[in-house]
Design a protein around this ligand. Structure first.
Ligand code: ZN
Length: 490
């Protein structure tokens, strides 16, 4: 699905470049250009609106004296040279042992680290702007995601119909700056639903129809939501799988174990939202009391649910960032200064009110969720990462993706493991780990360069200097500067 759209993007790039050259009457050059574009099929189109954020799109770039953290969980390697050619990693090894091609643009990375670009799976292009309402902020969010080091993302639910799909196409064709994107269809939900921007399914046939419709429109992923019934979810999964597409869910009416048996691929937010432990759970009905307070992460019930999910290869998405904003005593989240003043004040007022609370229930819940995610990963489960910029706000794209890695370390993962969860594991889930998610010769040059050493201090992931996507070097400062103070408007 994604490959097809990448090819489409290349074609439309070629077409528009050919058009430009024809108007200058240089047909022969146009033909040569087409040939070059076919040979360099890895290099993306960079349109004028994107070019303003590009630091370099040289065909050959050599990064020297770098510390390489390759995303596999292997220890960092010091003093490395990495050669990027036409969007791919062409060579990698100790500086001095790797030949730097003639004409390469060389960037000395002494004191800096190179990591794979982040692959983040619970992202959104919308943000809470008013009571129960969500504004579409695709343009600014996509720039912030890229600036934060995210080179591939899946939107984890869509409230605005065609926007995710159109922006995905815009990125593929070089018209919009942003990470490669898996566009999720509008939410699959039953009723009654607290969110007003979502359609309510009328039954399993309707679910099947909705999945088929959005697949035809170009959605590459599905998200089931809290009030869906088992029959609707089962039908949606069947239809999506028929088309080779995956389904994730933020569930409530359906338990994790029920969804696993229905064949769901992924469950969002981790165990804190599971209704498997809810006392007196009624089938197909969302239950507000989830019984999570009583769950022992090392107890039989938790172990049995983890065993079931691992056995059925259901991935869990960790979204600790969105929970943290509601826990008293936690730090103010990073990146608030990009928001329009009104949204910033709205968030800060509420965050300050929460900070004054003395109740420790929510802190205990966050800590338990962390313990459950660690147990799931240690039991062999595929833990992936996302940030979920919803809640009451304050989860700012890019910044929150870095914060998510810090929170995984707080949960008990080593920095190398946390980086691997935020890169390789996401790529594995998407079935793209042969191309992205780690640093190796032959792989796509999707990289983040940071000052410092996140293998020792995970907080250094905040110091992003350059982000490469398909070998094109983006300047994070320019991306952030372009939206600073106006996130909330577009
Ligand atoms: Zn979400």
């Amino acid at each position: 699905m994604n490959d097809r759209s990448e090819v489409r993007g290349q074609r439309s790039k070629m077409r528009s470049e050919v058009r430009g050259l024809r108007s200058e009457g240089v047909r022969a050059a146009a033909l040569l250009l087409v040939a070059a574009a076919v040979l360099n099929a890895q290099r993306p189109a960079v349109g004028p609106a994107v070019r303003q954020f590009v630091r370099s799109d040289a065909a050959v770039i050599a990064l020297t004296n770098a510390r390489v953290i390759d995303g596999t969980g292997a220890p960092a390697r010091e003093g490395q040279t990495l050669v990027i050619r036409d969007g791919r990693i062409a060579a990698l090894g100790a500086t001095g042992s790797v030949a730097i091609p003639d004409g390469a643009e060389t960037i000395d990375l002494a004191g800096k680290s190179v990591l794979p670009g982040l692959v983040m799976l619970h992202e959104h292009l919308y943000y809470p702007t008013g009571p129960g309402m969500y504004g579409q902020l695709a343009l600014s969010f996509l720039r912030l995601y890229l600036a934060g080091g995210v080179t591939t993302m899946r939107t984890g639910g869509n409230l605005n119909g065609y926007a995710d799909i159109n922006f995905k196409r815009g990125i593929d064709s070089g018209v919009v700056a942003g990470p490669a994107m898996d566009a999720t269809a509008p939410y699959l939900n039953g009723g009654p639903f607290p969110l007003r921007q979502v359609r309510i399914l009328k039954g399993p046939d309707d679910a099947r129809k909705m999945v088929a419709y959005w697949a035809d429109e170009g959605a590459t992923s599905y998200k089931a939501y809290m009030q869906i019934t088992r029959a609707e979810l089962g039908a949606a999964i069947e239809e999506a799988h028929k088309r080779g597409l995956k389904v994730t869910g933020h569930l409530c009416s359906v338990t994790f174990a029920e969804a696993a048996k229905l064949g769901i691929d992924n469950l969002e937010h981790g165990f804190i939202v599971a209704t498997d432990f809810a006392p007196n759970k009624q089938a197909d009905v969302c239950s507000n009391s989830r019984g999570f307070e009583a769950v022992d992460p090392a107890g039989a019930a938790a172990r049995e649910l983890i065993r079931e999910l691992v056995a059925r290869r259901v991935a869990i998405t960790s979204t600790l960032t969105v929970f943290e904003t509601s826990v008293p005593g936690r730090p103010v989240p990073p990146g608030l200064d990009v928001l329009v003043p009104q949204l910033r004040e709205q968030f800060e007022r509420q965050h300050t009110a929460i900070a004054r609370q003395t109740d420790t229930t929510r802190l205990a819940g966050l800590k338990k969720e962390m313990a459950m995610e660690l147990a799931f990963a240690k039991a062999g489960g595929l833990l992936v990462a996302g940030t979920d910029p919803t809640g009451y706000g304050g989860v700012i794209p890019g910044y929150s993706n870095q914060r998510q890695l810090e929170l995984l370390v707080e949960a008990g993962f080593t920095p190398l493991e946390a980086i691997s969860i935020g890169t390789l594991n996401g790529a594995k889930y998407l079935g793209r780990d042969a191309r992205i998610g780690t640093i190796a010769v032959g792989k796509q040059a999707d990289l983040m360069v940071v000052t410092g050493n996140p293998a020792a201090r995970i907080g250094d992931v905040r110091n992003v200097e350059i982000v490469f996507r398909l070998g094109v070097a983006y300047d994070p400062k320019k991306l952030i500067e372009s939206v600073k103070g106006s996130v909330g408007l577009y």
